[in-house]
Design a protein around this ligand. Sequence first.
Ligand code: ADP
Ligand code: MG
Length: 720
Amino acid sequence: MSTNKARREAISAIASQPRLKGTFDFRNEKIDVIFGQNVFSLEKMEKRLPKNVFKSLKASIETGAKLDLAVADVVASAIKDWALEMGATHYAHVFYPLTGFTAEKHDTFFEPNGTGTLAQFSGKALVQAEPDASSFPNGGLRSTFEARGYTAWDVTSPAYIFDNENGSTLCIPTAFVSWKGEALDKKTPLLRSMAAVNRAASRVLSLFNNNKKHGFISASCGPEQEYFLVDSRLYFLRPDLYTCGRTLFGAKPAKGQEFEDQYFGTIPERVLACMMETERECFKLGIPVKTRHNEVAPAQYEVAPIYESANVAHDHQMLTMTLLKHVAAKHGFVCLLMEKPFAGVNGSGKHVNWSIGGPGVGNLLEPGNDPHENAQFLAFCTAVIRAIDSHQGLVRASVASAGNDHRLGANEAPPAIISIYLGDMLNEVIEQVKKSGTASTSRKGGHMTLGVDTLPVLPKDAGDRNRTSPFAFTGNKFEFRAVGSAFSVAGPLTVLNTIMADSLDKMADEIAEALKSEKNFNAALQSVLKEILQKHGRIIFNGNGYSEAWHKEAAKRGLKNLRNTPEALPEIVSKSSVEVFERQNVLSKAELESREEIYTHSYVLTTNTESKLVSEIARTMILPAALKFAADLTNVEKTKSGGKLRKQVIALADELAEAADALDTLREVAKSDTHAQAKHSCDKVIPAMLKVRAAADALEEIVSDEYWPLPSYQELLYLR
Ligand code: ADP
Ligand code: MG
C-alpha cells in the first residue's frame, strides 16, 4: 500500500492546475496613479490640513520631533476622514517588537452612541496606544506587574491603508517603548541612530563647509530581498517547512543549481503573475519596488526597491515581506523568507545597501567632481573603515540568527569574518592615503594631493563584482551582504548608523586637534586620515572571502571570526559596544542586555523546536515508511537485489532510530543559563540533528518512492 497518496495528489493537482485569471492589468492602469494611493502622504496632508497644522506636522516629520496633542487632534480627524473615504473600518498601531516581526492591534473606528454607531478617532488614538506589552519579549526590562508599554506614532513614517479581500485597515507606524521610555522594539533605536548620524555628520561637514547650512543628514537604505516560492500543496505536506520555514530533511536532488541556468533566467509565468501583483500592492503603499529577477537557486527570486531614508526603508521592507507572503498565498504559493530553506542550494540574503547624505551635500559616499568633494568623500569612507574595524564583532552580531548560521560561511554567502571590499581603484587610493597622507594613482601616473587634485574616476560596481565580501563598496554606497533574508533591516542599520556616527564624532575631534598645529585644512585632514587608515586598514580585503587562505590571513590580521550565533551575540554587550551605543544615545546598557538575552533565548527556542520536529518526523513519518518498505521486501528477500536492499534499509532505519534517541537525550540536557544552553544547542544538538538527517536522506535515496511521505527537493524546487 502506498503512503505517498497525498504527495501524488498534490503533484497531479499542480500538473493540471488552470492558470489563475489576472485580477488587474498593468497595461490598463497608470502606475503613477496607483503609486502611493493608500498612503496619507505629505501632499494629501497639505490638501486636508489647515496651513499652520500642516506646517507644524511637516516640521515634526523633518526633525522627528513629537507632535503636540492639539495638532494631533486635527491631524487625526483629517486622517480619519481620508481613511473612511477609502473604505477603512479599522485602525491599527503597527510596531516592530524584538521578535523581529511586525505586530499590530486593530480597533474599529465605530463606537455605539445610543442610536447607532459613530466613527471616532482622537488625536490621542493617533499618537499613542497602550497594547498590553507583557506578552512581548523584553529581556528583563520590565517585570510583568509593571508590564505597561505604549506605542507612539513615528511621524517620519506616513500612515497607510492596508487592504484585505474583506476590508481595509488604517495603519499607523509606531515606536514601542516601555512605561519608562526604554526601547522594546527595533524602530526606536533606529530613529535614535538616525539622529546620531545627523548630528555627527553635521559636525564633520561644518569643518569642510565653513559652517554652511546643509539640512538634515540622513542614512539611506536600499534592501534587496531574496526569497523562495514553493507550491503550497507541497508545502503543507512538509511539517518542517510550515513549522520552521526550512527543510530539516531532504536528499540532494539530481538537478540542483549546477547548470547555472537560474540566475536572471526567464521568470516562470505563474511566478511572474505573482510578482506583478506583489509589486502592485507595494506601489499602492508607496513602496518604490524596482527590480525583479530569478536568483541563483531554482525557485529563488529577488525583489529590490529604490533606496529611501533608512527608517522609511525599514517600514517599507517589513511591509514588502508581509505582502510577499500574502500575495503568494493568493497564487497558491508559499513565500519562504528563511535564510536556508534547502541544503545544497543557495540560501537567501537581504543585501542592505547603505549610504549617508542630505540636501545640499548629496550622497557623502559618492566620489565627487572636484577636489573638495573628493576629500570629503575620502573622509567619510575612512570613517566607515574605522567604524567597521572598531566594531567588527558588533557588526557580525547584527546579522546573527539560527537561520543565518546555515548560510554565513557557506560557499555561496559571505564568511562570518567581517571585512570591507573596496575594489581595485579605490583601494589603490586608500593605500596611498595610508602611506603618505596623499593619494596618487599609478594608473594615471599622476600624484594627487587631498583637497587639491581630483580623484581618478572610480568605476561603478556593475552587479556583483565580489560576491564573497560581507561589506562591499559599490560605487556610491556600501552593500552589507551578510544580512539574512528574514531579518528586519532595523538591527543592522542601527549598528551601522551608530558606529558611523561615533567614528565621525572622533574624526571631528581629531581634525579640530590637528588644526591646532597645522593651519592648512587639507594638510590637517591628510594627517588624520593617514593615521586612521594605518590603524584600521587591516579590515580591507579585496580577495576571495571564501578561500581557506583568507581565513588564515584574517586570523593573522587579528580579525574576529565569530562562526555562529552563540559566539557572535555576546558582542552586543561587549565593553566597546555598550560604550558606543551609550555615547551616541542610541541604546543603554540595560536595553542592550535585554536584546542580547532575547536573541540568545530565541536561538535556543529555534534549535529546540527544530530538533523536536526532527525526532518527530523521523519517528512518525520516515521510520514507518522505511520499515513498511522493508517488511514488503520480505517477499523478495531470496533474490540478490531484494535481500541486499532490505538489509540496507533495515540498517539505515536502525541508524535513524538510534540517532533520534541520541538527539532526544541531548535536547533534554538543561544548562544553568541561556548562554550555556545556546552553546549546547549549537555544539551538541545541531550536529545530532544532522546525524538523524543523514540517515533519513540516505533512506530517501533507496526507499521506494511509493512509500516516501515527504515531497522531495526535486518536487519542491521544480514544480510550479
Ligand atoms: P546592483 O546591486 O544589482 O548593482 P544597484 O547597485 O543599482 O544594483 O542597487 C541595489 C540597491 O541599492 C537598490 O535598492 C538601490 O536603490 C540601492 N541604492 C542605490 N544607490 C544607493 C545609495 N546611495 N544608498 C543606498 N542605497 C542605494
Ligand atoms: Mg546588488
